[in-house]
Design a protein around this ligand. Structure first.
Ligand code: C2E
Ligand code: CA
Length: 748
């Protein structure tokens, strides 16, 4: 035992320190076993030293020392076993078993040949013999383990220190074999070179510990990761064939042994071929599974992307591009889900239509119309309650759904909020618009349990609100309006195909001065004589014409007729009669109307003093700055402007003062009660007096009785129009009944 103890301590320290610093892992276990190997060897050497040097007893005969010397072998064997167990999964077990059998058989042959067969060793049965045999077998196990490992390792992956450690282990095992050979042949002499060689493995282990740095394993390629570590490594065994041959040539091997060894290798190669094929197939299968997984993942990713894109598409297809509100398509889906999924639910459907939007669109152009819709939509969105959903279902049509809290008072509250929002001025440079909205309300399930019917009823109620409820602007659906609406739809259709020259005609109602009962003018009143329907009253079709946007065309036709008629009468009878022409607010809003009117006056050579434009009170109320200017411009043409139906609306006289107006036509509703109701008389008198103060002319409408004429004359009303003097008549009749009679002073 020649290795100095100080060197041992150094080696032990190196291995121990390295092991100590390792994290708890397989590697730590391996290195702990290496440490135990060296440590037990140290204890054995140390004990030897004490017996040999201090006690002067030959330690070779001490059984305990021999047992201690067996410990390193045991630890190395454990190391190999642990390594096997840990890596078993990485190896292909069939190939491993086959390799092991082959290696073991070859080793057995080699060891037998060299150590026992040629030397005629006789076995003793004493303990030392047995002990030496035991560790010889352990060595045999270690050697075959190392050989299998080398064959199975992927050498490219192997770190340097493992080579060093394996090399150390090999030296140890071969030294042991040599020792066993010496021992069995009684050739062993203590403290000879062989004892020095024994310390080499310990030194190599220490070097291994120094070299072993915690290096991360390089990332393997896909294939290497999946293939077992001992795949295709068995070809190294073929080298043995060469070794056998050399041994045979140098006469160390007999022909039989060469034959047996070669057979073993060939059998090994045969089974290897089968196993390798199986490995390859298994690998391909795994690869396929992995690729399938990869493919599945990719498909999953694509599907998710597609779902996302689809969601975005659905969102886009459910929304209106201009306003960002939900569209009609979504309304239908939404209604269906409400009706089908929650049949016990109740909700209100509010169908809303902007008033006169079409004419604004036609007059000011689509960009302005679009801006207006955007502004109004934003108002809707900003003020939408959480239980309400707003949809844009057509050009200027919106639907509001009220869910959950569907009682009358709540609906009223929402409706008034909407009306308020819609009536606020809309600023689109350089214009200021005022629009209104008509709202039809249908309730689920009270009014209808079917989606289409519910929408239809809300639409009908809206239509009714637009045409017949100009003050309140909203209407709850009830069955009685359904018939009425059907009639209105019918008229709408008839109006779109009306033959102007053959179906339209003007009636004229005379207007008399109250002081001397002389004829001062006529009011042109449109009549529609439909070939099948007969007479359709203007109060029925004019609001519809306004709504569907044909009023401009009708208005122009009326103006043309009225112009030629008044020209004809005034020129024929040398009169200066005025003709009152009703002008719808929608006509006034048309920016081209003024120019057209001016040109028409000039072309038809009409004296503007003959023309009086009758405009309803509502027009002036909703008037914007541009309407005020418009009134001025018409007045500048020389025509006069009358406010129709004055007193029924809400315009104050001071408000009227802002506009260039000539006449107030006092509404029939006031005149009707003037003789019976004192208060009405006071109102009418106040109107007349204030009009006089503002230099405005007054004309009373719907005068039917002499009593009314007397009162009106007394309070100073300038002119009278009504059945008392005459109903509206066709041109020839009016001419005969009023113009000619008036010329002849035949009137009352
Ligand atoms: P309005 O401008 O207020 O016309 C007066 C209406 O009262 C006329 O009804 C006339 O026939 C009726 N009337 C006149 N005196 C009496 C009376 O003593 N007793 C009774 N019960 N009724 C009287 P009409 O012709 O049915 O016209 C209704 C409305 O239709 C008009 O009201 C006017 O606003 C509109 N309208 C008529 N022609 C036109 C037109 O050419 N263009 C436009 N935009 N509107 C028109
Ligand atoms: Ca009128």
């Amino acid at each position: 035992m020649t290795l100095p103890l100080s060197n041992y301590s150094h080696i032990l320290y190196q291995i121990f320190e390295f092991t100590q610093n390792l994290k708890l892992s397989q590697k730590k276990l391996y290195w702990s076993l290496v440490f135990l190997f060296t440590f037990s060897w140290f204890i054995a050497d140390f004990s030897w030293l004490i017996y040999d040097e201090i006690l002067s007893i030959n330690p070779i005969n001490i059984a305990g020392i021999n047992i201690i010397y067996t410990l390193p072998n045991v630890f190395l064997a454990i190391l190999i076993t642990v390594y096997y167990i840990n890596n078993f999964k990485k190896w292909n077990k069939y190939q491993l078993i086959l390799d092991n059998i082959v290696i073991d058989s070859i080793l057995l042959i080699l060891i037998w040949t060299f150590m026992f067969s040629q030397n005629g060793i006789t076995f003793h049965t004493n303990f030392d013999y047995l002990n030496t045999l035991i560790y010889l077998f352990i060595d045999f196990y270690i050697l075959s383990g190392i050989a299998t490992m080398i064959m199975s390792f992927n050498l490219k992956r192997l770190e340097k220190y493992i080579f060093v450690v394996l090399f150390g282990a090999l030296i140890f095992v071969f030294t042991d074999f040599h020792y066993a050979y010496l021992y069995f042949n009684d050739l062993y002499v203590a403290n000879t070179m062989i004892d020095g060689v024994y310390s080499i493995p310990n030194v190599l282990f220490a070097i291994g510990a120094i070299l072993a740095q915690p290096v991360r394993m390089p990332k393997d390629e896909f294939e290497e990761e999946m293939l077992p570590e001992n795949y295709r490594k068995t070809r190294y065994l073929n080298v043995l064939l060469l070794v056998f041959l050399v041994l045979y040539i140098i006469k160390s091997y007999s022909l039989e042994i060469l034959f047996a060894s070669t057979c073993i290798i060939l059998i090994h190669q045969f089974f290897t071929a089968i196993i390798q094929d199986a490995i390859r197939r298994e690998f391909l299968l795994k690869k396929e599974v992995q690729m399938n997984e990869q493919l599945e993942n990719e498909i999953k990713e694509r599907t998710e992307e597609l779902i996302c894109a689809n969601k975005a598409l659905v969102e886009i297809s459910n929304k209106d591009a201009l306003t960002g509100l939900y569209n009609r398509r979504y309304l239908i889906d939404y209604l269906d889900s409400l009706i089908l999924n929650k049949p016990n639910n109740s909700f209100a459907l509010l169908y809303m239509d902007l008033d006169r939007f079409k004419s604004i669109n036609d007059t000011y152009g689509h960009p302005i119309g679009d801006k207006m819709l955007n502004i109004l939509s934003k108002r809707f969105i900003d003020n939408c309650q959480p239980n309400c959903t707003i949809f844009r279902v057509g050009g200027d049509e919106f639907v509001l759904l009220i869910e959950k809290q569907v009682n009358q008072s709540y609906i009223y509250k929402i409706v008034h909020k909407i009306l308020d929002l819609m009536q606020q001025p809309i600023f689109i440079e350089p214009y200021v618009f005022r629009t209104g909205v008509s709202i039809g309300i249908a309730l689920f399930p009270q009014d209808a349990e079917d989606r289409d019917l519910l929408m239809k009823y809300a639409d009908i109620a809206m239509y009714e609100a637009k045409v017949n409820c100009r003050d309140s602007h909203y209407m709850f659906f009830h069955s009685s309006i359904s018939q009425k609406i059907q009639r209105q739809h019918e008229i709408e259709l008839l109006l779109k195909n009306v033959d102007y020259t053959n179906e339209f005609l003007l009636y004229y109602q005379p207007q008399y001065r109250s002081s001397d009962h002389s004829l001062v003018g006529v009011e042109a009143l449109l009549r529609w004589k439909h070939p099948e329907q007969g007479m359709i009253p203007p109060l029925e079709f004019i609001p519809i014409a306004e709504e569907i946007g044909v009023i401009q065309q009708i208005g122009k036709w009326v103006i043309g007729e009225a112009f030629s008629q008044i020209k004809k009468w005034n020129e024929a009878y040398h009169l200066n009669l005025k003709i009152g022409i009703n002008v719808s607010p929608i006509q006034m809003e048309d920016i081209h109307f003024l120019t057209w009117f001016q040109e028409k006056l000039a072309n038809d050579q009409i004296n503007p003093n003959w023309i009086d434009l009758e405009i309803t009170e509502g027009t002036t109320m909703n008037a914007t700055v541009s309407t005020e200017e418009l009134f001025d411009k018409f007045s500048n043409l020389g025509v006069t402007i009358s406010i129709d139906d004055f007193g029924t609306g809400y315009s104050s006289l001071s408000y009227i003062k802002k506009f260039h107006i000539n006449t107030l036509k006092i509404a029939k509703e006031l005149i009707d009660n003037i003789a019976e109701d004192h208060n009405t008389l006071l109102i009418v008198r106040a109107i007349v007096m204030m009009a006089k103060g503002m230099q405005l002319k007054t004309i009373a409408e719907g005068v039917e009785e002499i009593k009314q004429i007397e009162i009106l004359s007394k309070i100073g009303c300038d002119e009278i129009q009504g059945y008392y003097f005459g109903k509206p008549l066709p041109a020839e009749e009016l001419e005969k009944e009023h113009i000619i009679k008036n010329i002849n002073n035949e009137i009352l």
